[in-house]
Design a protein around this ligand. Structure first.
Ligand SMILES: C[S@@+](CC[C@H](N)C(=O)[O-])C[C@H]1O[C@@H](n2cnc3c(N)ncnc32)[C@H](O)[C@@H]1O
Length: 348
């Protein structure tokens, strides 16, 4: 046994536990508005607490973790805390660069861990409703910002000819649309096209419909339906699925329906995770540990609960391409996305 290796690993474990604890602290900073308050300028703990409308004692302890964790800086003379602008760029604002929503999501997943741990011994799964009960709509917050920043120019713009087609008028279906933000953004960006959002969860569709009304969109429509029962007559020019295929109960059946529901020359755009299907090829991917962990805490238990094959979030490019080809797409491509954790899979 190499003692130095054990010592080095001990150091690594301390780093990991510190990172876990600081992630929870980042979630608190995001949800209480402390990062936004700190971004307004250097302040003592008392002034920061006032700015955010919080209890100073708790704020001071949080600040201790933030400063020693290298997230905020401390000026002992005036007793002021500083959030550097370079750090604020990744901890504040309604953009996809803000990691606050992701930190909050991990906390939500933590709340469901006892049920996931039970699955290790008993098998089975954890229904999506158990997550929604602790998370409300916050699971979708990260993706809302991703759509705001990247949907039209990034994801859709990367697919050759797609935005021209949407501009000239197309019938578009978004499958597993969740709370519908992507559909509403597309409908606003391409008024000449008609958009349909479909999801099996009625509460998600209610949120989608409410946003559609707020945005006064006439070219978007939402329906509660099961993608497994998608009509097979070719009704759409474009079908999209954002982060919605690997969690399907019957992914192969759904992809076959998608293929059948496309008009000749139609395009399927699937934005999904971008890992390899082979563990050994994910070793250098810095997103892989989080990918597997989120998959274990969410994707696998929710899909197992519905009786599916539980592809998981790390189902991988190779498997994804294989399933697309198996569904009958004659031309399948994987394009780079503006986010390295995602790939844009295109089936024609
Ligand atoms: C991870 S969420 C992604 C939601 C949305 N596309 C987004 O990116 O915000 C996956 C969605 O697929 C929906 N879903 C799962 N199975 C479905 C099915 N068979 N038919 C329709 N929707 C389904 C879920 O209800 C959920 O809203």
């Amino acid at each position: 046994m190499d003692l130095q290796r054990t010592q080095a690993f001990g150091g690594r474990l301390l780093e990991l536990m510190t990172g876990g604890a600081l992630t929870m602290m980042i979630g608190i900073g995001h949800r209480t508005g402390l990062f936004e308050a700190a971004a307004a300028g250097p302040a003592t703990s008392g002034r920061l607490a006032d700015r955010a409308g919080l209890d100073e004692r708790y704020v001071r302890e949080w600040l201790g973790a933030m400063v020693t964790g290298g997230i905020l800086e401390y000026r002992p003379g005036p007793g002021e805390y500083v959030l550097p602008a370079e750090h604020a760029a990744l901890l504040t604002g309604a953009t996809a660069a803000n990691v606050g929503p992701a930190a909050s999501t991990l906390r939500t997943l933590g709340a469901v861990l006892p049920a996931v741990e039970r699955c290790f011994t008993e098998g089975g799964g954890v229904p999506y409703a158990e997550y929604a009960a602790v998370a409300g709509d916050s699971l979708g917050e990260t993706w809302r910002h991703v759509y705001d920043d990247h949907l039209v120019d990034g994801f859709l713009g990367a697919v050759p000819g797609l935005t021209d087609r949407l501009r000239s008028g197309a019938r578009v279906l978004d499958l597993g649309c969740g709370s519908g933000h992507a559909v509403n953004l597309m409908a606003a960006a391409f008024p000449g096209s008609e958009f349909f959002g479909l999801d099996i969860a009625p509460e998600a569709i209610a949120l989608a419909e409410a946003e559609r009304e707020r945005m006064a969109l006439r070219n978007a429509e939402f329906l509660v339906a099961d993608a497994e029962l998608l009509p097979t007559d070719p009704g759409f020019d474009v079908i999209t699925a954002f982060d919605a295929i690997h969690d399907q109960r019957a992914p192969e059946a759904v992809l076959a329906r998608v293929r059948a529901a496309l008009r000749p020359g139609g395009t399927f755009v699937m934005v999904d995770t971008n890992f390899s299907s082979h563990l050994e090829r994910n070793l250098d991917n810095p997103h892989a540990p989080l990918g597997y962990a989120i998959s274990l805490m969410f994707c696998v238990p929710t899909t197992r609960a519905s009786g599916g094959p539980a592809l998981g979030a790390v189902w991988g490019r190779e498997r994804a391409m294989e399933l697309l080809a198996g569904a009958g797409f004659t031309e399948v491509a994987l394009l780079d996305s503006p986010r390295p954790q995602n790939g844009i899979f295109v089936g024609r």
